[in-house]
Unconditional design. Structure first.
Length: 145
């Protein structure tokens, strides 16, 4: 499974609305994963963008969201989900927030195809990555030990 984008992002918690710094991975299958650190050992939160994302906004489009202390509004990214909730994120710069927005939107709407060397063809990756078969042992976000 290919990794599209990774970086540190601030994520606003859903209950207490506090900002937490998380390592964020965006996988080609639309999985947006948040970890405590960049070693990816402790998964804190996961969102399937292909199933749950309606829209993504950034910067001044993010009305009603207060960014973390010492971060301008231009760094905000808000992901609107189908259940009516939002995922509030904050990048380190305005350029990075725009890059995240564009990558999130692209991931949400584009189908994913992988090459199958046995059939010499491309096959669509299922929306749920747990149903994906990896040809290389140990590949993918959830390695089996």
């Amino acid at each position: 499974m290919a990794l599209l984008k990774s970086s540190w992002l601030w994520r606003q918690t859903s209950v207490l609305k506090r900002w937490k710094l998380n390592w964020c991975d965006l996988w080609i299958d639309g999985s947006l994963c948040f970890y405590k650190s960049d070693n990816r050992r402790e998964l804190e939160h996961r969102v399937s963008l292909k199933l749950a994302c309606i829209d993504v906004q950034s910067g001044q489009e993010c009305g009603g969201v207060t960014p973390p202390e010492s971060n301008p509004r231009e760094n905000l990214v808000v992901v609107h989900l189908m259940d009516g909730s939002t995922l509030n994120l904050c990048a380190n710069s305005e350029d990075e927030s725009i890059a995240w927005k564009l990558t999130l939107l692209q991931t949400r709407r584009n189908p994913v195809f992988t090459y199958d060397p046995y059939d010499d063809s491309y096959q669509a990756v299922p929306l749920n990555s747990r149903h994906t078969v990896y040809i290389t042992p140990g590949a993918g976000p959830g390695k089996i030990s």
